[in-house]
Design a protein around this ligand. Structure first.
Ligand code: G1P
Length: 289
């Protein structure tokens, strides 16, 4: 069976980033850098590597730096050319004309509401959602692995990763059914279950392939955990009506929405780099000795 391809990806980037103040007072949190690349670019590159053609940013006030980042900077390029410098470092940011598309989420009413703000651009086809706070490192990338699995099972597919039981109240948690390799049947997803009530320690780490019917459910604007319109609650209503699986990624996850996770990502990726890895390693070793 062939399924409609996943061509579009939604990036909810309207969040205020209060956990990273004062850094994020005038800089979008998605522009925080891991080594020398902003978080948003890692997520966009992951999507492009998975075959995504249309990038959709759900943005808000104070996020203009994101638009500039994915545009041509004539002054920068002209100056670098005049100085005989390579443009390789900014090559990856060039987008297809007409992508990204920007829509605004006027009020912070929740992740489900943010995704719903992209409904007119998504239209009637399956789409991906990537939360750039969650930095995923792997070959192939997380979304590429999910797209390959989607070609087998279709329907809805969400990332599924194990976390310690003490952290289940921070995430969407899956009630797992039958497991088949990296795929787990999803019987239920619950947003931020109270400590001690989680049905598993399998969380959804901000990678989704969803069918367009989820937009119809989000139309109702029902509020869930934290008084917000939750993506988790809306997609949970598709369970039983459409195929619904969790996908366990082979690779590394860094929760860059959290300060410790953000520092860990910087350290891990710096150590992997040929140019700065050796000096960071010897500095870290001396610091910890
Ligand atoms: C969001 C989702 C949650 C998911 C998490 C991943 O929560 O609502 O289901 O597990 O991202 O980071 P947030 O971090 O926005 O509270």
């Amino acid at each position: 069976m062939t399924f409609k391809p996943v061509r579009k990806a939604v990036f909810p980037v309207a969040g205020l980033g209060t956990r990273f103040l004062p850094a994020t007072k005038s800089i979008p949190k998605e522009m925080l850098t891991v080594v020398d690349k902003p978080l948003i670019q890692y997520a966009v590159e992951e999507a492009l590597a998975a075959g995504i053609e249309q990038i959709i940013f759900v943005t808000g006030r104070g996020k203009a730096a994101l638009e500039d980042h994915f545009d041509i900077s004539y002054e920068l390029e002209a100056t670098m050319r005049a100085r005989g410098k390579s443009l390789a470092a900014i090559d990856g940011i060039r987008m297809t004309p007409g992508s990204p598309v920007y829509v605004r989420q006027q009020e912070p009413l929740g992740l489900g509401h943010a995704v719903w703000c992209a409904r007119a651009i998504v239209g009637d086809e399956p789409f991906a959602v990537l939360l750039p706070d969650e930095l995923m490192v792997g070959t192939p990338g997380f979304l590429a692995q999910m797209v390959a699995a989607y070609a087998q099972v279709g329907g809805n597919l969400i990332g599924a990763l194990e976390v310690p039981a003490s952290e289940t109240d921070k995430y969407g948690i899956i009630t797992p059914g039958r497991v088949d390799g990296a795929l787990t049947e999803v019987l239920e997803v619950i947003e931020k279950p109270k400590q001690g009530t989680a049905r598993s320690n399998l969380m959804t780490p901000g990678r989704y392939i969803l069918q367009p019917e989820v937009m119809g459910i989000l139309d109702r604007g029902e509020k869930g955990a934290g008084g917000e319109i939750q993506l988790t609650d809306a997609m949970a209503q598709l369970i039983g009506r459409q195929p619904f699986h969790g996908y366990t990624f082979t690779g590394q996850r860094f929760d860059c929405g959290d300060k410790a996770g953000f520092i860990q990502a910087n350290l891990a990726l710096a150590l992997q780099r040929a140019d700065i890895g050796p000096s960071v390693r010897s500095f870290a070793a001396a610091l910890l000795a």
